[in-house]
Unconditional design. Structure first.
Length: 136
């Protein structure tokens, strides 16, 4: 029983240390997220003067990029060390808007090709008709 209790104490100490490390990491992440949120909430394009527009826009875009990078990095760390269900990053607007669709069959590409060439086909037929009636 002494051996089992000793091993259990070592395991408990190790788990406690890991839990304290995780709590500290979550506190740091929370503080960083709060700082980025505050920074983003302070962006007010209506208050910008026209002369400083480019400078303010650059600062704001930089703040958004920094927040996005920190968010992605932190979520990766949090989810990697979590035994429980992690935080879902969810697709960003630009990612979901510009991501290619899952459809890639022959019929889909045939329809797309027809849609892209239809204006050229109509223009060509119109030019032939005009040419025919002008010289006919």
């Amino acid at each position: 029983m002494i051996e089992k209790l000793t091993r259990s104490l070592v395991v408990i100490e190790r788990e406690t240390y890991e839990a304290e490390k995780r709590v500290e990491q979550l506190r740091i992440t929370s503080a960083t997220f709060a700082q980025h949120l505050d920074s983003l909430e302070r962006i007010n394009p209506k208050a910008w003067s026209n002369s400083d527009l480019n400078k303010e826009l650059s600062k704001s875009l930089s703040a958004v990029d920094d927040a996005r990078a920190e968010y992605t990095k932190s979520l990766t760390k949090i989810n990697a060390k979590s035994d429980l269900e992690g935080i879902s990053p969810g697709p960003a607007v630009e990612e979901s808007y510009f991501s290619p669709s899952e459809e890639s069959g022959f019929m889909v590409w045939l329809k797309r090709g027809f849609a892209f060439t239809l204006p050229l086909l109509i223009l060509g037929l119109s030019a032939l008709l005009v040419f025919y009636f002008m010289h006919g």
